[in-house]
Design a protein around this ligand. Structure first.
Ligand SMILES: [Zn+2]
Length: 391
């Protein structure tokens, strides 16, 4: 699996995919890490070839690359292919940062993308990109105490990102036109990769969350806004300019309510957290989203209806997505996922009502990683970029 923007089937995409297969097996090998941090299990190259289905010569090349870069270590055995390989516990650290409309979360992880430590704090003024980046840098420094610098950092932003730049002031004010990669690299002192937050969530659910084991999946993140990350044949879909997956701005009704993007009747205008809160403003003034969910669970029929309507519209939007892309599973994340079956049941009904028979029963499930999905995806991406930078 790779999020790398190379054509599927190209030599580099194949190389990355093969490398990931070997890393996936080795990641299993370090699942049992004793207190001293030294991985206890290892694989011979013959075992790696058997487990991954790759040719022994391919495995041998990949192992040479990984050991050359210090990512893996070998212990002597009978012959080159008999020597045991395991990931190096001391190979270094990567970091992920996830910015939202009201939070920043930072994590450090190892080179196979497992999160070691993380912190999430409220963001007073997300439009102040300099202040937000400085806060993230300070949090990262705390998390990295006692370790070397992060080898790579991946940064998630809640807006379409085209060549590291957010073009729309309406979606994430204060960041438009800023080269986020360059601005972040300045304060973080590491190579930075910028990615849309829903894409990172999709990567995380696909690799280590509820969509693992499927080759194609869609992750829909519903919080203040609605966005999607799309994985097709184990590759994140970026599109020509990097903004693929903006499901929130699918038009459901061209006479519908105005959307913050400037259009009318977008999915987001029916299904975001803000829409649910404004529907409930008369009945539960000042309520938070969790208050509305609690009211619905306590049989407040208006709260139930508001969430049900949001779910039906979500299902309607998802019908277009599953008709077009035929994913194995749709994962719903973001704040809205905390409503659980209150929104998922009606989303499934909306999907069945509007999708073709062949795909109408596509599973719609709650995110397994919850509010951590984008952060976990950022660490996975940073780890992948570190491994890829090895030549
Ligand atoms: Zn819109």
């Amino acid at each position: 699996m790779s999020s790398v923007r190379s054509a599927p089937g190209s030599t580099s995409a194949l190389r990355v995919a093969n490398q990931q297969r070997v890393l996936d097996v080795l990641r299993g090998a370090v699942a049992d890490v004793p207190a001293d941090g030294t991985p206890s299990t290892a694989y011979t190259q013959a075992e790696l070839a058997r487990t991954t289905g790759l040719a022994p010569a391919t495995v041998s090349n990949i192992v040479r690359e990984l050991t050359g870069a210090g990512l893996a270590e070998t212990t002597p055995g009978a012959g080159r292919r008999g020597s045991a390989v395991r990931l190096s516990a001391a190979a270094g650290t990567v970091a992920g940062i996830d910015f939202g409309h009201s939070h920043v979360a930072v994590a450090v992880g190892d080179l196979v993308g497992r999160v070691r430590r993380e912190r999430r704090v409220p963001l007073e003024d997300p439009a102040d990109h300099r202040g937000a980046l400085a806060l993230a840098a300070a949090l990262l420094e705390e998390l990295l105490e006692g370790e070397g610098p992060a080898r790579h950092v991946a940064l998630g932003l809640p807006a379409p990102v085209t060549d590291d730049v957010i073009r729309s002031a309406a979606i994430f004010p204060g960041w438009e036109g800023i080269d986020a990669r360059a601005a972040a690299a300045q304060v973080l002192d590491a190579p930075v990769h910028v990615e849309n937050d829903a894409n990172l969530g999709a990567l995380a659910e696909h690799r280590v969350g509820v969509a693992r084991g499927h080759r194609s999946s869609v992750f829909v993140k519903i919080s203040s806004g609605v966005g999607a990350g799309i994985v097709i044949d184990d590759q994140l879909l970026h599109g020509a300019g990097g903004s693929a997956g903006e499901i929130g701005h699918l038009t459901l009704d061209d006479q519908g309510p105005l959307c913050r993007c400037g259009s009318r009747g977008c999915l987001e205008a029916y299904t975001s957290v803000g829409t649910v809160l404004s529907m409930m403003a008369g009945q539960l003034p000042g309520a938070s989203f969790d208050d509305v969910v609690a009211a619905a669970r306590a049989d407040n029929v208006s709260a139930q209806r508001a969430l049900e309507d949001a779910g039906l519209h979500l299902g309607w939007g998802l019908a277009s997505i599953v008709n077009l892309l035929n994913p194995a599973v749709v994962v719903v994340g973001g704040d809205m996922a905390r409503a659980g079956s209150l929104i998922l049941d009606s989303a499934r009904i909306g999907l069945r009502r509007h999708a073709l028979d062949a795909v109408a029963l596509t599973p719609v499930v709650a995110s397994e990683l919850g509010e951590r999905a984008s952060l976990v995806g950022a660490v996975l991406l940073a780890a992948e970029r570190t491994v890829l930078s090895v030549d």
